[in-house]
Design a protein around this ligand. Structure first.
Ligand code: AMP
Length: 292
């Protein structure tokens, strides 16, 4: 139950760190719980599920919208990233978000984009997403590190859709923000099963329909995990995606859900995760399912 819920007449939007911090300092008290939802905008029901989770138990919900240039290894992907700020503000307001932080690139990277901090993320930085998007997780950590320092929330809300990002941030935060909790929220899907993503806006109607076969392949893998070899399951999933209009597959992997290390077969007491990254109409989609 939210005990100290601050009654904001309407969402307040801040563009500068100074103004945001001034407001947060006014509100801060030992009992006041701040929930933080970082996003890159082009909001959909997946993002809103994080806001709703925060609203359930936190007195103040802060959402940030910032398309972080340092996490894009592909310049074209950055340039094409959808921007729907008016609709985002409308969605956040109707979902009773208290504070929106909407900074510029200069505000976040005061010393420029080249002066980045290096985080020790171990092997997690170089496998799966890290292998195909070099530098991506350093960029993610740089922005979240800065945002956490500015906002100092009690809890950060992250989606399991970006599962590796969640583990990477857990690693970074264990070192730098041990007092901040991480709450992971389940993947929200379209009715077809396609995982909601801002990048789906770039897909044609046809690709949105075909894109759902990622989830079907994940479910097939999940259902047959103990009956069929991992190699066969991955080959089957690859074939399904390619037959359904996907142009390229970065990876389909079955991993230990705690370490993200690839597995060859079921291991006792290990929670598994199946992860996919694949392109359709040139748009890179990622998805995963957890298997207990
Ligand atoms: P993004 O704007 O893509 O950086 O995502 C912001 C946050 O929303 C991240 O923690 C994502 O994992 C989460 N998110 C994105 N898509 C979904 C989804 N379909 N379901 C749940 N969370 C999501």
């Amino acid at each position: 139950m939210v005990l100290n819920a601050v009654k904001f007449p309407a969402m307040i939007l801040f563009k500068t760190i100074t103004s945001l911090q001034k407001e947060l300092e006014k509100l801060r008290s030992p009992n006041l719980k701040i929930g933080f939802v970082p996003t890159m905008g082009a909001l959909h029901a997946g993002h809103l599920s994080l806001i709703k989770e925060s609203k359930k138990n936190f007195d103040v919900t802060v959402c940030s919208i910032f398309i972080n240039p340092t996490q894009f290894n592909d310049k074209k992907d950055f340039e094409k990233y959808p921007v729907t700020i008016e609709n985002d503000i409308y969605l956040l307001e109707t979902n009773k978000t208290d504070i929106l932080f909407l900074p510029s690139v200069d505000e976040i990277y005061k010393d420029g984009l080249k002066q980045l901090q290096h985080f020790n993320l171990g092997y997690l930085e170089n496998i799966l997403e890290g292998k195909y998007r070099p530098g991506h997780f350093q960029g993610v950590c740089n922005v979240i590190y800065r945002l956490l320092n500015f906002i100092q929330p009690n809890t950060i809300f992250l989606g399991r859709k970006d599962y590796q990002q969640y583990l990477v941030l857990k690693t970074m935060m264990r070192q730098f923000f041990p007092g901040v909790n991480i709450l992971a929220v389940d993947i929200q899907r379209e009715e077809s099963g396609l995982a909601m993503s801002s990048r789906n806006m770039r897909l044609s109607e046809d690709a949105r329909i075909k894109g759902a076969c990622i989830y079907q392949s994940l479910q097939f893998t999940q259902q047959n995990i103990s009956a069929v070899s991992f190699d066969k399951l991955k080959a089957q999933a690859t074939e399904t995606l390619l037959q359904n209009g996907f142009d390229k597959i970065d990876y389909i992997e079955i991993c230990d859900a705690e370490t993200l290390l690839s597995l060859k077969s079921i291991e006792k007491n290990k929670k598994l995760i199946v992860l996919v990254a694949a392109f359709i109409e040139g748009v890179r989609l990622i998805d995963n399912v957890l298997i207990n």
